[in-house]
Design a protein around this ligand. Structure first.
Ligand SMILES: NC(=O)c1ccc[n+]([C@@H]2O[C@H](COP(=O)([O-])OP(=O)(O)OC[C@H]3O[C@@H](n4cnc5c(N)ncnc54)[C@H](O)[C@@H]3O)[C@@H](O)[C@H]2O)c1
Length: 366
């Protein structure tokens, strides 16, 4: 039996966590031979609710659930964490502008980035779920000068799964027979769900569907799915978000199935002309705990335009929080190509291998 790993989760008494924690404790995320220690973090006023949830987890008698600890602050809650899933965020309140939302969340994720830097395990893997997820990931990562930006990711797997589900429904295919879907850009309504490289049972999807349906129905439906769910349920997607978290972390840690491509919000290394240093959703493959961007895809003018639109929104979000991004981490976020190509972790404080190191000459581009 393996040694337990420590998984810290913020927003642990919220709706997404209510689904997530039970799947996490039953081995769905880290594998059925990996015991877990859950370090659950909430706002002080939600600690009683969290205590109740912890009792329920205990009552499931999960063999893999080693320990549960409860915390009302991230400094304690992130202590030695191997994985951190940042779900807790401030939702948009009445009369709140997008800029205000960015600002209040920026404060939360600045503190969380610093706490990860100071208290988490050196090799911690971080997934940001709380919205605006890409920009929150940027803020956390820029506030963690000792960690590598490649240790931070933002959740766009829900959008990826939504695209796959809607396409499966339309074509009558089983979701497991669909591959090559890509979600580019921001987890927002500007995202680009790209089917140009997708296949159903090995056959290109775009040969099998109507171009008008793809551009006028499919793309907007995926882009606005979150809003449609809020309209129908009165609250935002929770169970599907939890499932996407499981898929994202499982693939990152245990590897994507052979030949499969998934979408992850990661720091841009300039691939496909996307501005370096922003958190943008790219097609990736994972193995041995690393992700690597899929390279060499042919992009037509339509795709390039769609990718640009969502990039522009991310640059605007970045500009709105620029005053909260420490200058000292700017360079590390813009010089990652070696790290992302080779899979070797270069820590932001420069204590990773030298760029001239012989270990970095392997070109593992996939
Ligand atoms: N990236 C995605 O695909 C995706 C999908 C769905 C939801 N979301 C986002 O995830 C977030 C959570 O969604 P939910 O449905 O679980 O919301 P929720 O309101 O049910 O739960 C959020 C919980 O976070 C806690 N919290 C808030 N700030 C905190 C902080 N600083 N530290 C610790 N805990 C904190 C709250 O007390 C609350 O219990 C929202 O921002 C939502 O927009 C993202």
């Amino acid at each position: 039996m393996r040694r337990p790993v420590r998984i810290a989760i913020t927003g642990a008494a919220g709706a997404i966590s209510n689904s997530l924690l039970f799947q996490l404790a039953d081995g769905s995320m880290m594998g059925d031979d990996q015991p877990v220690i859950l370090q659950l973090i909430e706002m002080p006023e939600r600690m009683e609710a969290l205590r109740g949830l912890a009792m329920e987890l205990e009552d499931c008698a999960f063999p893999l659930l080693h320990t549960i600890t409860l915390h009302d602050n991230v400094e304690e809650g992130f202590n030695n964490a191997h994985y951190a899933i940042l779900i807790g965020a401030r939702p948009r309140g009445p009369g709140m502008e997008r800029r205000d939302l960015l600002e209040v969340n920026a404060e939360i994720f600045t503190r969380q980035g610093k706490a990860l830097n100071d208290h988490a395990n050196r090799d911690v893997k971080v997934l940001v779920v709380g919205n605006p997820a890409n920009t929150n990931a940027l803020i956390a990562s820029r506030n963690a000068p000792r960690l590598s930006p490649s240790q931070f990711t933002a959740l766009t797997r829900l959008d990826h799964n939504r695209a796959k589900g809607i396409l499966a429904n339309h074509t009558g295919a089983n979701p497991q027979d669909i591959d090559g879907i890509i979600v580019w850009g921001n987890h927002s309504t500007t995202q680009f769900p790209d089917l140009h490289h997708a296949r159903v049972l090995g056959e290109p999807v775009l040969n099998q569907i109507d171009d008008g349906w793809y551009k006028n129905e499919f793309i907007p439906r995926v882009q606005t799915r979150g809003g449609q769910i809020i309209q129908a349920r009165g609250v935002s997607s929770a169970a599907s978000a939890a499932q996407a978290v499981i898929h994202h972390m499982r693939d990152w840690v245990l590897g994507t199935p052979s030949g499969q491509v998934v979408s992850m919000g990661i720091v841009s290394d300039g691939s496909y002309g996307i501005t370096k240093g922003i958190f943008y959703s790219f097609p990736v493959r994972c193995n041995y705990g690393r992700y690597q961007i899929v390279r060499g895809l042919q992009l037509n003018d339509f795709s390039l335009q769609m990718m640009k639109t969502t990039e522009t929104e991310l640059l605007e979000e970045k500009a709105a929080v620029e005053h909260l991004l420490p200058a000292e981490t700017a360079a590390s976020h813009e010089n990652l190509s070696i790290c992302l190509r080779s899979g070797v972790t270069l820590y932001a404080d420069g204590t990773g291998p030298e760029s001239a190191s012989k270990y970095l000459t392997t070109n593992r581009v996939m």
